[in-house]
Design a protein around this ligand. Structure first.
Ligand code: ACO
Length: 360
């Protein structure tokens, strides 16, 4: 068997293609470069949902209405829920959104991570959640609900670029979880809950918060190489590096680095923070090349995600929630594709324990 199902093909999809050898990502026939050039998250949703739901584009107004609809669930957030980490509190609220396999149900599930995360962050700070404004784009409204002020066009473009970049990515662990659940015909909400549970681990979507912890610990460009060497010698993984499929640089890293540079040029990112990140990246790549020569390890999507989301005002403990805001579109499209065309996913295992029928 292949440990971790590495290289195992487990689905056919029309949704996205991850070319790990050449570092390319295609979403429904569109390259990542073309996708991030000016697309809003709503545009990518239309692309992903096309053919999977009756009634579709344009989705912006329907998504705005869905944000308004799910906002009411924040009233049920009690003290016990607010003590949970944001991603777990968001998951608990998501379970209340209701189920259905139509477009309206799907859009409520897309709206929920943004509305719940923004509301929960404010409630945790003792402030009232801000109601959604359905007239705004999804990215603009999300930033407004989190920060309490209208974002600049550049901030909106940066969040759109992030959400578009992470919207779908082949059969990653969370999408596979979504497809497994969808294959039992359990419905969209259960598929999204399973996917979110898989996403939150540090080997998948839980990495960008720890990337910032790593930058903080590395301290300065001068001290970074020694700190990284020590961390690797202690058996730690360098967060934001390595990937199961990419054997070259993750193309999403550069899509996001472009947005980070844009924010830095407008003063939204401290140049010293960017210089530290670039120094840590260079030192980590050099170190990984020397210490892990058999495994090509390069920068993945999470490294510049961390800087981008920090600059947009998201607290690091909520980064996984923001990842879910984007990836939820892909989860839903994959769940629909699986439920409509696929069979029950039920692989085999090899039993390696003792056998009662074999005499000692
Ligand atoms: N730092 C140090 N060593 C690493 C790293 C890393 N970031 N990534 C892989 N390695 C090493 C492993 O220690 C192992 O070395 P060994 O054979 O000497 O023991 C070798 O590379 C292979 O590692 P695996 O765990 O088998 O590789 P896998 O494909 O399972 O891992 C993963 C992929 C989980 C992303 C890994 O690279 C990692 O842990 N990265 C850090 C966490 C991270 O950035 N996660 C976000 C991924 S992107 C996403 O999910 C959206």
């Amino acid at each position: 068997m292949k440990s971790g199902l590495e290289d195992v093909v487990a689905a056919e999809t029309v949704l996205s293609d991850v070319d790990g050898k050449n570092g390319r990502l295609i979403v429904r026939g569109v390259s990542l470069d073309d996708l991030v050039a000016g697309s809003r998250y709503e545009d990518v949703l239309e692309l992903l949902f096309d053919g999977f739901f009756a009634g579709a584009a344009p989705l912006a107004a329907q998504l705005g209405a869905a944000r308004v609809e799910v906002f009411a669930h924040l009233a049920s957030a009690d003290a016990a829920l607010l003590r949970l980490p944001p991603v777990e509190a968001m998951r608990a609220l998501l379970a209340r959104v209701g189920d259905g396999d139509d477009l309206a149900s799907a859009l409520r599930l897309v709206a929920a991570p943004a509305v719940f995360t923004a509301g929960l962050l404010r409630l945790k700070d003792g402030r009232a959640p801000l109601a959604p404004d359905p007239a705004l784009s999804h990215a603009a409204d999300t930033l407004r609900m989190v920060t309490g002020s209208m974002p600049s066009a550049q901030q909106v473009a940066a969040l759109d670029r992030y959400l578009v970049t992470v919207a779908d990515h082949g059969l990653n662990a969370s999408t596979f979880a979504a497809r497994v659940v969808a294959s039992t015909q359990a419905g969209l909400t259960s598929s999204v809950l399973a996917a979110l549970s898989a996403l939150k681990g540090p080997l998948h979507g839980g990495a960008p918060g720890p990337v910032l912890d790593m930058l903080d610990a590395a301290g300065s460009p001068a001290s970074a190489p020694a700190w990284l060497e020590g961390a690797l010698a202690n058996g730690e993984r360098l967060m934001g590096f390595g990937h199961r499929v990419y054997r070259v640089r993750d193309p999403r890293a550069d899509a996001l680095k472009g947005a980070v540079r844009g924010l830095a040029s407008s003063g939204a990112i401290d140049p010293a923070r960017l210089a530290l990140a670039e120094a840590v990246e260079a030192a980590a790549l050099d170190l990984l090349k020397r210490k892990k020569p058999d495994r090509p390890l390069d920068t993945n999507v999470e490294f510049y995600t961390a800087l981008l989301l920090e600059a947009l005002g998201f607290p690091r403990e909520a980064f996984t929630c923001v990842f879910a805001m984007g990836r939820v579109g892909g989860w839903i499209a994959h769940a629909r594709e699986q439920a409509l065309d696929g069979r029950l996913i039920r692989p085999m295992s090899i039993y390696v324990g003792p056998r009662a029928d074999v005499a000692a």
